[in-house]
Design a protein around this ligand. Sequence first.
Ligand code: HEM
Length: 200
Amino acid sequence: MLADADAAAIAMREYFTGLCADRRARPRDDLVSALVQVSDADSARLNRDELLANLMLLLVAGFETTTNLLGNGLRIVLGEPSLRSGLSGGSVPAGQFVAEALRYDSPVQLTSRRATVTAEVGEVTTAPGAEVITLLGAANRDPRRFGAPNEFRPARRAGQPADQLRRGRPFLPRRRPGPARGGRRVPPAAGPVSPDGPGG
Ligand code: HEM
Protein backbone atom coordinates (compact mmCIF):
# COMPACT_ATOMS: atom_id res chain seq x y z
CA MET A 1 0.00 0.00 0.00
CA LEU A 2 2.83 2.42 0.85
CA ALA A 3 4.49 1.54 -2.45
CA ASP A 4 1.25 2.39 -4.26
CA ALA A 5 1.04 5.70 -2.39
CA ASP A 6 4.66 6.51 -3.25
CA ALA A 7 4.07 5.67 -6.91
CA ALA A 8 0.94 7.85 -6.96
CA ALA A 9 2.81 10.78 -5.37
CA ILE A 10 5.63 10.45 -7.92
CA ALA A 11 3.11 10.28 -10.78
CA MET A 12 1.31 13.38 -9.50
CA ARG A 13 4.58 15.28 -9.19
CA GLU A 14 5.51 14.29 -12.75
CA TYR A 15 2.09 15.38 -13.97
CA PHE A 16 2.48 18.83 -12.41
CA THR A 17 6.09 19.12 -13.60
CA GLY A 18 4.80 18.59 -17.14
CA LEU A 19 1.89 20.96 -16.62
CA CYS A 20 4.24 23.69 -15.36
CA ALA A 21 6.52 23.21 -18.38
CA ASP A 22 3.50 23.50 -20.65
CA ARG A 23 2.25 26.68 -18.97
CA ARG A 24 5.77 28.14 -19.02
CA ALA A 25 5.87 27.61 -22.79
CA ARG A 26 2.23 28.58 -23.43
CA PRO A 27 0.88 30.69 -20.54
CA ARG A 28 -2.86 30.84 -20.04
CA ASP A 29 -5.11 32.93 -17.83
CA ASP A 30 -4.99 30.38 -15.03
CA LEU A 31 -3.53 29.77 -11.57
CA VAL A 32 -0.78 27.39 -12.70
CA SER A 33 0.54 29.92 -15.24
CA ALA A 34 0.47 32.68 -12.59
CA LEU A 35 2.36 30.57 -10.03
CA VAL A 36 4.94 29.48 -12.61
CA GLN A 37 5.58 33.13 -13.48
CA VAL A 38 6.02 34.03 -9.79
CA SER A 39 8.44 31.14 -9.30
CA ASP A 40 10.45 31.91 -12.44
CA ALA A 41 10.70 35.60 -11.53
CA ASP A 42 11.83 35.03 -7.93
CA SER A 43 12.67 31.52 -6.74
CA ALA A 44 13.31 32.88 -3.23
CA ARG A 45 9.61 33.71 -3.11
CA LEU A 46 8.40 30.38 -4.51
CA ASN A 47 10.98 27.77 -5.40
CA ARG A 48 10.35 24.80 -7.67
CA ASP A 49 9.66 22.35 -4.85
CA GLU A 50 7.25 24.80 -3.21
CA LEU A 51 5.51 25.39 -6.52
CA LEU A 52 4.94 21.67 -7.06
CA ALA A 53 3.99 21.07 -3.41
CA ASN A 54 1.39 23.86 -3.51
CA LEU A 55 -0.13 22.58 -6.75
CA MET A 56 -0.37 19.05 -5.34
CA LEU A 57 -1.84 20.39 -2.09
CA LEU A 58 -4.47 22.40 -3.96
CA LEU A 59 -5.53 19.45 -6.08
CA VAL A 60 -5.87 17.06 -3.15
CA ALA A 61 -7.35 19.65 -0.75
CA GLY A 62 -9.88 20.90 -3.25
CA PHE A 63 -10.80 17.70 -5.07
CA GLU A 64 -10.74 14.89 -2.50
CA THR A 65 -12.72 16.89 0.04
CA THR A 66 -15.51 18.06 -2.23
CA THR A 67 -15.95 14.77 -4.11
CA ASN A 68 -15.98 12.83 -0.84
CA LEU A 69 -18.52 15.23 0.68
CA LEU A 70 -20.74 14.86 -2.38
CA GLY A 71 -20.39 11.07 -2.34
CA ASN A 72 -20.90 10.75 1.41
CA GLY A 73 -23.89 13.10 1.29
CA LEU A 74 -25.45 11.18 -1.56
CA ARG A 75 -25.05 7.90 0.32
CA ILE A 76 -26.79 9.43 3.35
CA VAL A 77 -29.70 10.70 1.22
CA LEU A 78 -30.08 7.40 -0.61
CA GLY A 79 -30.17 5.53 2.70
CA GLU A 80 -32.91 7.69 4.21
CA PRO A 81 -35.91 8.50 1.95
CA SER A 82 -37.34 11.05 4.41
CA LEU A 83 -34.17 13.14 4.04
CA ARG A 84 -34.59 13.13 0.30
CA SER A 85 -38.15 14.41 0.49
CA GLY A 86 -37.20 16.85 3.27
CA LEU A 87 -34.42 18.34 1.16
CA SER A 88 -36.54 18.68 -1.98
CA GLY A 89 -39.53 19.99 0.02
CA GLY A 90 -37.49 22.44 2.07
CA SER A 91 -38.19 21.06 5.57
CA VAL A 92 -34.51 20.02 5.78
CA PRO A 93 -32.42 23.12 4.96
CA ALA A 94 -29.52 22.29 2.64
CA GLY A 95 -27.06 24.18 4.85
CA GLN A 96 -27.97 22.13 7.91
CA PHE A 97 -27.75 18.95 5.89
CA VAL A 98 -24.24 19.80 4.68
CA ALA A 99 -23.06 20.80 8.18
CA GLU A 100 -24.33 17.53 9.61
CA ALA A 101 -22.83 15.53 6.72
CA LEU A 102 -19.44 17.16 7.46
CA ARG A 103 -19.78 16.05 11.08
CA TYR A 104 -21.27 12.62 10.51
CA ASP A 105 -18.98 11.43 7.71
CA SER A 106 -16.25 14.02 7.34
CA PRO A 107 -14.20 14.03 4.13
CA VAL A 108 -11.19 14.96 6.29
CA GLN A 109 -10.87 12.31 8.98
CA LEU A 110 -7.56 13.40 10.44
CA THR A 111 -4.91 16.06 10.26
CA SER A 112 -1.74 16.87 12.16
CA ARG A 113 -0.08 19.63 14.11
CA ARG A 114 3.39 20.33 15.47
CA ALA A 115 3.35 21.18 19.18
CA THR A 116 5.12 24.46 19.91
CA VAL A 117 4.98 24.14 23.69
CA THR A 118 4.63 21.43 26.30
CA ALA A 119 0.91 20.82 26.35
CA GLU A 120 -1.57 18.45 27.95
CA VAL A 121 -4.42 17.29 25.77
CA GLY A 122 -6.69 15.06 27.80
CA GLU A 123 -4.31 12.53 29.34
CA VAL A 124 -1.56 13.00 26.77
CA THR A 125 1.41 15.33 27.25
CA THR A 126 3.18 16.56 24.14
CA ALA A 127 6.72 17.90 23.99
CA PRO A 128 7.67 20.95 21.93
CA GLY A 129 8.32 19.79 18.38
CA ALA A 130 6.21 16.63 18.69
CA GLU A 131 3.86 15.81 15.85
CA VAL A 132 0.27 15.34 16.97
CA ILE A 133 -2.25 13.44 14.86
CA THR A 134 -5.72 14.82 15.46
CA LEU A 135 -8.60 12.47 14.69
CA LEU A 136 -11.28 14.87 13.48
CA GLY A 137 -13.66 12.06 12.53
CA ALA A 138 -13.55 10.64 16.06
CA ALA A 139 -14.00 14.10 17.63
CA ASN A 140 -17.06 14.60 15.44
CA ARG A 141 -18.59 11.47 16.99
CA ASP A 142 -17.68 12.38 20.59
CA PRO A 143 -20.79 11.85 22.77
CA ARG A 144 -19.61 14.60 25.15
CA ARG A 145 -19.96 17.06 22.30
CA PHE A 146 -22.79 15.57 20.24
CA GLY A 147 -25.79 13.72 21.64
CA ALA A 148 -26.51 10.41 19.85
CA PRO A 149 -23.41 11.04 17.72
CA ASN A 150 -24.00 8.06 15.44
CA GLU A 151 -27.37 9.40 14.33
CA PHE A 152 -27.67 11.74 11.37
CA ARG A 153 -29.64 14.72 12.66
CA PRO A 154 -29.57 17.78 10.38
CA ALA A 155 -31.52 19.81 12.93
CA ARG A 156 -28.72 19.73 15.52
CA ARG A 157 -28.02 23.25 16.71
CA ALA A 158 -24.47 22.16 17.53
CA GLY A 159 -24.08 20.36 14.21
CA GLN A 160 -20.82 22.00 13.21
CA PRO A 161 -17.70 19.91 12.74
CA ALA A 162 -15.43 19.80 15.78
CA ASP A 163 -13.21 22.85 15.78
CA GLN A 164 -11.78 22.85 19.27
CA LEU A 165 -8.16 22.60 18.16
CA ARG A 166 -8.54 25.47 15.73
CA ARG A 167 -9.53 27.85 18.55
CA GLY A 168 -6.30 27.55 20.54
CA ARG A 169 -2.82 28.55 19.43
CA PRO A 170 -0.58 25.94 21.11
CA PHE A 171 -0.26 23.93 17.88
CA LEU A 172 0.84 25.04 14.46
CA PRO A 173 0.29 23.28 11.16
CA ARG A 174 2.88 20.55 10.79
CA ARG A 175 5.10 22.29 8.25
CA ARG A 176 5.66 25.45 10.28
CA PRO A 177 8.22 24.87 13.05
CA GLY A 178 7.60 27.06 16.07
CA PRO A 179 9.62 28.28 19.03
CA ALA A 180 9.43 26.39 22.31
CA ARG A 181 7.75 28.36 25.07
CA GLY A 182 6.46 27.61 28.54
CA GLY A 183 4.06 24.75 29.29
CA ARG A 184 0.37 25.19 28.64
CA ARG A 185 -2.75 23.19 29.21
CA VAL A 186 -5.05 22.58 26.26
CA PRO A 187 -8.67 21.55 26.61
CA PRO A 188 -9.38 18.02 25.41
CA ALA A 189 -10.19 17.87 21.70
CA ALA A 190 -13.74 16.91 22.56
CA GLY A 191 -14.18 20.21 24.37
CA PRO A 192 -17.07 20.96 26.66
CA VAL A 193 -20.50 19.51 26.20
CA SER A 194 -22.27 21.53 23.54
CA PRO A 195 -24.75 24.23 24.53
CA ASP A 196 -27.43 21.84 23.34
CA GLY A 197 -26.37 19.25 25.90
CA PRO A 198 -26.00 15.62 24.96
CA GLY A 199 -29.40 15.57 23.32
CA GLY A 200 -28.34 18.11 20.66
C1 HEM B 1 -15.97 19.95 1.49
C2 HEM B 1 -14.90 20.66 1.16
C3 HEM B 1 -13.71 20.88 2.04
C4 HEM B 1 -13.43 20.42 3.30
C5 HEM B 1 -14.28 19.50 4.20
C6 HEM B 1 -12.14 20.97 3.67
C7 HEM B 1 -11.53 20.74 4.88
C8 HEM B 1 -10.34 21.31 5.25
C9 HEM B 1 -9.75 21.19 6.57
C10 HEM B 1 -10.34 20.41 7.76
C11 HEM B 1 -8.60 21.89 6.54
C12 HEM B 1 -7.66 22.12 7.71
C13 HEM B 1 -6.58 21.13 7.71
C14 HEM B 1 -5.64 21.46 8.85
O1 HEM B 1 -5.71 22.57 9.40
O2 HEM B 1 -4.82 20.61 9.17
C15 HEM B 1 -8.43 22.44 5.22
C16 HEM B 1 -7.35 23.18 4.80
C17 HEM B 1 -7.15 23.59 3.51
N1 HEM B 1 -8.03 23.51 2.48
FE1 HEM B 1 -9.86 22.69 2.58
N2 HEM B 1 -11.65 21.72 2.63
C18 HEM B 1 -12.57 21.69 1.61
C19 HEM B 1 -12.46 22.31 0.38
C20 HEM B 1 -11.32 22.92 -0.10
C21 HEM B 1 -11.15 23.47 -1.43
C22 HEM B 1 -12.23 23.45 -2.52
C23 HEM B 1 -9.90 23.96 -1.51
C24 HEM B 1 -9.17 24.62 -2.66
C25 HEM B 1 -9.54 24.58 -3.92
C26 HEM B 1 -9.28 23.75 -0.22
C27 HEM B 1 -8.00 24.12 0.08
C28 HEM B 1 -7.45 24.02 1.35
C29 HEM B 1 -6.10 24.45 1.67
C30 HEM B 1 -5.10 25.07 0.69
C31 HEM B 1 -5.91 24.18 3.02
C32 HEM B 1 -4.67 24.44 3.84
C33 HEM B 1 -4.76 25.77 4.53
C34 HEM B 1 -3.53 26.01 5.41
O3 HEM B 1 -2.72 25.10 5.64
O4 HEM B 1 -3.42 27.13 5.89
N3 HEM B 1 -10.17 23.12 0.60
N4 HEM B 1 -9.52 22.09 4.46
